[in-house]
Design a protein. Structure first.
Length: 184
């Protein structure tokens, strides 16, 4: 055990010694490079020379020609939209971009078949709803009749219960008959 500890200590000290020598060598190399860099003379800066065309200056008036691209638009514009979409089947006379429109003038006509189909469907739905209402009213009337008959039945059974109690009080009926009448 002592041999292992001493050999590891020796290895550690050898590694530290090598690391310190490497660090010292690097410092020495950096110092030499710095000294060589400071001692090297810089070449002198060269003067810049430009070549230009020389023209005689004369005084005159020049108007530049400008070309632009784009479109001209009206200051006030109006977009026409229909409240219901569809295929346009007819355009009014004088209907054009930038044209003048008067009140009541026909601008365009939309294909009415989609609207007519929607109207027919709505009428059919209305008729179906009226038929459902009549069925519901009839069902309510039947339910009222059922309620009236159920109330009559309840009244009759109440009378039968009273009769059985009266008979039981006189000793003419049994307790089981009274219970059956009460259950009913």
């Amino acid at each position: 055990m002592r041999f292992l500890r001493r050999s590891l200590t020796g290895l550690f000290l050898a590694a530290v010694s090598v690391a310190l020598l490497a660090w010292a060598g690097q410092s020495l190399r950096a110092a030499f490079e710095r000294r060589l860099a400071d001692a090297a003379p810089m070449p002198p800066a060269r003067e810049r020379v430009y070549a230009v065309n020389v023209v005689t200056l004369t005084l005159e008036k020049i108007a530049p020609t400008l070309e632009t691209f784009g479109e001209v638009r009206a200051r006030r514009a109006l977009e026409v939209r229909t409240p219901i979409g569809g295929t346009v089947v007819e355009l009014g006379k004088g209907f054009e971009e930038g044209g003048t429109v008067t009140e009541g003038q026909l601008l365009l006509r939309v294909d009415p078949t989609d609207l007519q189909d929607a109207l027919a469907l709505a009428r059919t739905d209305l008729d179906a709803a009226k038929a459902d209402l009549a069925d519901a009213e009839a069902a309510v009337e039947i339910a009222r009749d059922d309620l009236a008959s159920a109330e009559d039945q309840a009244r009759l059974r109440e009378q039968a219960l009273e009769r059985q109690r009266d008979l039981a009080a006189r000793g003419a009926a049994t307790e089981a008959a009274v219970e059956n009448a009460a259950f009913a």
